[in-house]
Design a protein around this ligand. Sequence first.
Ligand SMILES: [Zn+2]
Length: 254
Amino acid sequence: MTVRAVIVGVGSALSERHFGSCAVILAPQGKILVDCPDSVLHALRCASKLSGHSLAALGIHDILLTHLHGDHANGLEAFGWKHWLHRKGSGGERLRIHALPAVAARLWERLAPSMDQGGSASLADYFDVRRLSTTAPASICGATVLTRETDHGIPSCGFRIRVGEAELGWSGDTRFDPNHIDWLAHADVVVHETTESPVHTPIECLNALAPAIRRKMRLIHMEDAFDPAATDIACLAEGMVLEVADTARSPIGA
Ligand SMILES: [Zn+2]
């Protein structure tokens, strides 16, 4: 089996050229949106056209949320309203948000000023919030998801997403952290962020990694000024479809 991911956004927080970093995992039992940046509805439409995969917002019921910085979470309001209005008219399931407990705890504090409908609505009216554990895998849409906290200044995490024997690593936003990279290295392909910032990972740090991990790495969260020639690690692009097949590797959870 393979993990298939449509890359929806590759930009950093301040990018003027790209959508915020996110993707849709085409899991066996549904689609999983990994992070929900600004203009997510437009971003999904663009990625649908480029990739040929239908990524309509109302066809996505699960969001894996790494953290609450705006370039990863600002789209939750529009996404939440769109699903809420649709359910009001046609019924159906609530959107599920899968996040660390520390992220889930502050979600409504962030969304309530624009979504509480004068105090009559609550988080549960829009979202079914599921807490991710860092010690036990979660099963989402037929994929197995492992979660690891990252060092990013606020509660934040990365993932390993497994379908069958194939596994995709997703760094999430993080300072350069060799322990996080060792954990991600169990995956067959690793999507890693890079941005010149004290709470992100400068490309020089990734360039110094061993060739074996650089070969399986793909870059995301790039600033507009990022020069692909500054590295031999492949850069992702919006609309690209990552097909991750399994390679020989140690067992899950190792
Ligand atoms: Zn961030």
